[in-house]
Design a protein around this ligand. Structure first.
Ligand code: NAP
Length: 289
């Protein structure tokens, strides 16, 4: 039976460090969240972010914007936030309405305030092994590995999924010449042939494909470490709507040496890392980082 790698101890340690940092600086940090429309799960996420921020000394200000906001109006709001010295970070809450050109909006956010880490400059820095703001989800996978002292160097890590949000940045972080890096990385996607044959060669398997319980026990090697990034809403009969990962947890837990649960795994760490980015942005604005 694999060891359960839960996210709570990891996020707790990050929140503690952020709180200490902010209080030692004696300045208020501010994150502005641009929330367009009224998606219920996004609303829940943002409320949680506001509460978490308040606990560590970061003001999270949510700007509720109408679902029919024009692309130009959004650009103007971002332009103002970019020059407002009381705002240290900007976050764009997804989903975005169809009239918004996401690539152009991301590009318009000042890289020093890009808390999602999706600006091409921050992505470029990530790939080039330079310091910048890291996207929270791949960074959460790295923090989980760091916290639980998973040996990564020289290991074969298979990343399932190549999205710009998770798979691609994560693969690059795992390649870095750093503590939780120096891995041999294989990235798989929907065109990959003989997928199970590849996943079975993984010392560490990271699943980020958005398909409920896709990874079954026959797809992993005995003793592999399994990290599940997926969050999928399914209807579970009497239990109603529940959230499950991309990994068949019950089956794979038997075979893995360690495995992250969903919920309670990687997802628990992402908000903490977003707030850590805000703390870093504040320090940079003070010339301290
Ligand atoms: P995405 O943009 O839909 O990307 C999915 C990736 O999986 C794509 O690269 C796709 O390949 C690949 N894929 C899909 N079906 C496949 C299959 N049958 N075999 C092999 N590869 C397949 O999703 P995402 O945004 O990266 O998210 C992935 C999962 O992580 C989702 O469950 C999402 O909810 C979760 N997530 C969690 C957090 C968190 O905080 N915990 C944050 C973000 C995302 P192609 O590129 O060929 O299409």
């Amino acid at each position: 039976m694999g060891k359960r790698l839960t996210g709570k101890p990891v996020s707790k340690a990050i929140y503690r460090a952020v709180k200490e940092d902010i209080s030692s600086l004696g300045v208020e940090a501010k994150l502005v969240v641009l929330f367009i429309g009224d998606d219920p799960s996004a609303r829940f996420y943002v409320r949680n972010l506001e509460n978490r921020g308040a606990k560590v000394g970061i003001v999270v200000e949510t700007r509720h914007l109408s679902g029919d906001i024009t692309h130009q109006s959004l650009l103007s709001i971002i332009s103002e936030l970019n020059t407002d010295s009381t705002v240290h970070g900007i976050m764009l809450q997804k989903p975005l309405p169809s009239q918004i050109d996401e690539d152009e909006i991301v590009l318009s956010i000042a890289p020093g305030k890009d808390m999602d880490g999706f600006h091409p400059l921050n992505m470029g820095r990530l790939v080039l092994d330079q310091e910048g703001f890291l996207p929270s989800t791949p960074a959460a996978v790295i923090e989980m590995m760091r916290h639980y002292e998973i040996a990564v160097a020289g290991k074969h890590v298979v990343v399932l999924g190549r999205s710009a949000v998770v798979g691609k940045p994560l693969a690059n972080l795992l390649l870095r010449k750093s503590n939780v890096g120096n891995a041999t990385v294989t990235v798989c996607h929907s065109h990959t042939e003989n997928l199970a044959a590849i996943t079975r060669t993984a010392d560490i398997l990271v699943a980020a494909i958005g398909k409920a319980r896709f990874v079954t026990p026959d797809m992993i090697r005995e003793g592999a470490v399994v990290i599940d990034v997926g969050v999928n809403e399914i209807n579970d009969g009497d239990r109603g709507t529940i959230y499950v990962g991309d990994v068949d947890f019950v089956g794979c837990e038997e075979k893995a040496s360690a495995i992250t649960p969903v919920p309670g795994g990687v997802g628990t760490v992402t908000t903490a890392l977003l707030l850590r980015n805000v703390c870093l942005a504040l320090k940079k604005s003070m010339g301290l980082a």
